[in-house]
Design a protein around this ligand. Structure first.
Ligand SMILES: [Ca+2]
Ligand SMILES: [Ca+2]
Ligand SMILES: [Ca+2]
Length: 229
């Protein structure tokens, strides 16, 4: 009713979609429950392990790309969810697909697929906690997803489901004691994450930044390079 005309500050406009609202809620719950992550540095130290775990997913990705065109389309994704026994409603799958298709080519490329699965992990875990832990049947990968969810919950100090610039700076400063450059590094990391430049990083933006930091984009370039020879 009333209030609809009232101009709200930018932050109150978030979340922008139903899916984003669900993600933020799940993160809020996680952040409230406390996290195992002690510092942002400890997350950076895990980059290589995260990278290895992502690379193992490549073969699985290729298996689900049935027509071998390099992307997983909506039909392929539905079959993928069926095989992995991920019980999402069809409209939820489409929402996820649209949210992760950042280059708008109506397909999930490898890094979009990683982000999509990690969001599935976050949302699934939220539904049935303990027993859902390994229900995707990929324990290694799910351990990696857990690291990422936990890292994001760690960064989200005020538990609103988003990471703000000041939260990022606080997190980096906590560990890098007395280093003058640490603030600048935090800013740089934050700007790499905040794609739409609205001053807040949601879980999806965080995940896309991760696939770049650990070098998944490079992996795709390498593959193309090999084909040229
Ligand atoms: Ca395909
Ligand atoms: Ca795409
Ligand atoms: Ca926050």
């Amino acid at each position: 009713m009333g209030g609809a005309l009232g101009k709200s500050p930018r932050k109150d406009c978030l979340p922008e979609t139903k899916l984003e609202a669900k993600m933020a809620e799940a993160i809020q719950r996680r952040a409230s429950a406390g996290t195992a992550t002690k510092s942002f540095n400890s997350v950076i130290l895990k980059f290589q392990k995260i990278d290895e775990s992502f690379r193992k997913l490549k073969a699985i990705f290729e298996g689900f790309d049935e027509d071998k065109n390099g992307v997983i389309d909506q039909e392929e994704l539905k079959r993928c969810f069926f095989k992995l026994e991920i019980s999402f409603a069809e409209d939820e799958i489409i929402d996820l697909f649209r949210a992760c298709d950042i280059n708008n080519d109506m397909g999930m490329n490898f890094n979009e697929f990683i982000v999509l699965l990690c969001i599935v992990y976050l949302l699934k875990e939220d539904i049935t906690s303990a027993q859902a832990k390994t229900s995707m049947g990929m324990p290694d990968l799910e351990a990696t997803f857990e690291t990422l969810v936990d890292a994001f919950a760690f960064l989200d100090k005020n538990k609103d489901g988003y990471v703000s610039k000041s939260e990022m700076i606080d997190a980096v400063n906590e560990t890098a004691t007395g280093e003058r450059s640490s603030g600048r590094i935090a800013m740089k990391r934050f700007e790499e994450m905040d794609w739409d430049k609205n001053g807040m990083v949601n879980f999806k933006e965080f995940l896309f930044a991760f696939t770049r930091w650990v070098g998944i984009d490079e992996l795709e370039d390498e593959d193309e390079g090999e084909r040229k020879d």
